[in-house]
Design a binder for this molecule. Sequence first.
Ligand code: NAD
Ligand code: DAU
Length: 360
Amino acid sequence: MILVTGGAGFIGSNFVLDWLAQPDDATPNPEPLINLDALTYAGNLENLAGLKGDARHIFVHGSIGDVDLVTRLLAEHQPRAVINFAAESHVDRSIHGPEDFIQTNIVGTFHLLEAVRSYWQDLDSERKDHFRFLHVSTDEVYGSLAKDDPAFAETNRYEPNSPYSASKAASDHLVRAYHHTYGLPVLTTNCSNNYGPYHFPEKLIPLVIHNALAGKPLPIYGDGQQIRDWLYVKDHCSAIRRVLEAGRVGETYNVGGWNEKPNLDVVHTLCAILDELQPRADGRPYKDQITYVTDRLGHDRRYAINASKIERELGWKPVETFETGIRKTIQWYLEHRGWVQNVTSGAYRQWMDKNYGVNA
Ligand code: NAD
Ligand code: DAU
């Protein structure tokens, strides 16, 4: 049994689905999992609809900050690992309202660590040795790179620039401290920008796909020359499984796709593929909808991940290139217009209530 937090969000739900869809080489016998999620606006149980009735998926509506609840879940299910995806994740929201980011990403992670520490300390020595706390973090903790700087390595100094990245950096430090102080067997992954199915359409790639199809403007912040490294979400999930099984305790692993792209190039690629797969009724190209808007405050210019440590030590490499992954992603969005419609209209909240009796 493992405990996953934030498993109704974008990456968490992909992880849960992939985990239970095993076996593969990395996970020959997938254990059941408990999925603890607070169902904020970003949590959507519709992502997990395919698991309805599957006894291996135990969904619990609650917060990582609820020590009593987490303590009870740990005592009852005796997981061998906790994987922490739960977070506030959108940089723009952190600029408009940092409070939730401090509460969830810092205070919430602290409470989760406290509950896990007390559970772990009482395990017998064999289970104690095998237990893992895997914390899912971001490349944004390293700050911003100049054009010719080398990519982020695990040894880079933390220089977070947004309330979001500062809150993630703080949580990484707490995780590290729980290892050094109490010996909790932790692992941390710092990953670049993910894209793929179930991505909430507030983030660049799903927003552009949705707006393009809806005939709306495609907003480019500033000059659109900010660079991100893009990784297909299922590659991120396989990296997490690999680190969980073979990562060295106390270590951090950078995870990336070796796919650095300026935002404008990403948007042009999306437009070109949509022109091919779903041409506009008026025959005009989707790139006509591109609109330059005011830049994000404190916008980081460039992220790049050096993912050679995870490749060298654990033999992990991404399967998808940007070209293959982005095509799959667009195809997914074209085939799941109902999912996008439910998210953008807010109908997914009622859907959860109806299907799961969850009052989100
Ligand atoms: P998301 O916003 O899509 O999902 C977050 C999930 O956490 C939601 O289901 C939400 O309901 C849940 N949650 C929020 N607060 C909670 C709480 N207090 N208790 C329990 N659940 C709570 O985020 P995502 O994009 O899936 O990111 C998942 C993790 O991966 C985050 O920690 C994020 O920092 C990290 N990360 C994301 C990316 C990316 O590109 N999206 C890249 C690197 C790292
Ligand atoms: O690098 C990893 C991070 O990637 C994760 O830790 C975050 O949780 C995740 O949200 C993502 O952060 P970004 O800020 O990079 O992602 P976002 O999709 O919001 O923006 C990607 C780039 O596109 C960024 O440079 C801002 C720009 N952008 C974004 C939006 C939403 C636009 O130009 N227009 C937009 O409308």
